[in-house]
Design a binder for this molecule. Structure first.
Ligand code: PDD
Length: 284
């Protein structure tokens, strides 16, 4: 069955779906996106994803393409037409199509496109049993990383650097030597006392939806949490580390820059958080 995309009012086979050559997303990265999980045919955490999309649009002064209600219907229709059970929805809004000029066009209509693909959550859980490796690199991004902008070149370069170093994820480090986040994930550590530490979202990082759910799970489990920045050195001495994102859920990090984290295998707190997270994903 061919995959179906939604582009500006039309549902089309992926091979026929296209945007205008003068779309400002294509020419200026002038747009925002969301990535949303689908589990057992249900769209998960839709409200927080839409809230974040609205904040991103506002942050870039891009008009809202469609109200929450109709957009929810379109997302459900994309899931239905693709017969998606477990998957990932990619939604992108750009400022629209106009003759190339840096300043905002006066009359552009935002462009909305949505695609989806399968995501094997059991495969994610299997990978978590082994854990992943991380590689650190300098964070060269701009000052508005709270906006989920499609302008991801620093993230792309960082991820590629990590992959070439044999790692799964790049951990970004700011000019003070503090970890900001991953190239497409939020980063956490657990100290020897079992306290969870993750950077505050007021600190120019993306407010991850998975991060927010994991904070809820941590509260339910009675775990102590500190939302503050931590350095690479502190991370090297962590009892555990893990990353969170829609596609990786809560994934243990077992090595950083060739050094073992904790015992060099997935830690019990990360695995517990993942187990509860997966249960929530199944039930909600
Ligand atoms: N990435 N930080 C960055 C820079 C991200 O790009 C993402 C998401 C996250 C985690 O956010 P969430 O828990 O809401 O997925 C943190 C998505 C998955 C992507 O770019 O594909």
């Amino acid at each position: 069955m061919s995959r179906i995309a939604y582009v500006n009012g039309q549902y089309l086979p992926l091979s026929l779906a296209s945007v205008n050559i003068e779309d400002r997303g294509h020419q200026f990265s002038d747009g925002v996106y969301e990535g949303i999980a689908v589990r057992k045919g249900q769209i998960r955490d839709l409200q927080p994803h839409l809230d974040r999309l609205w904040r991103s649009l506002k942050g870039l002064m891009i008009d809202i393409p469609m109200a929450h209600g109709p957009l929810t219907m379109v997302l459900r229709e994309v899931v239905r037409r693709n017969r998606l059970r477990d998957g990932f929805i990619y939604l992108q809004v750009t400022r629209g199509t106009a003759r190339r000029d840096h300043a905002f066009p006066l009359d552009a209509v935002p462009s909305l496109s949505i695609t989806c693909r399968r995501l094997d959550f059991d495969g994610v859980a299997k990978r978590a049993e082994v854990g992943v490796l991380a590689h650190s690199t300098t964070d060269i991004r701009w000052g508005r990383c709270d906006i989920k902008s499609i302008s991801l070149l620093p993230n792309v370069l960082a991820k590629q650097e990590a992959r070439e170093a044999g790692a799964f994820e790049a951990i970004l480090v700011d000019s003070d030597g503090l970890i900001t986040e991953g190239s497409s994930t939020n980063i956490w550590m657990v100290d020897d006392a079992g306290t969870l530490i993750t950077r505050d979202t007021i600190d120019n990082i993306l407010p991850g939806i998975t991060r927010a759910v994991i904070l809820e799970v941590a509260a339910e489990l009675g775990l102590k949490v500190e939302t503050r920045a931590f350095s690479l050195d502190e991370a090297y001495g962590a009892a555990e580390m893990f990353l969170t994102s829609t596609t990786s859920c809560a994934m243990p990090i077992v090595g950083l820059n060739g050094k073992k984290i904790g015992a060099g295998k997935p830690g019990p707190i990360a695995l517990k958080l993942l187990a509860v997270y997966m249960k929530k994903l199944d039930q909600d």
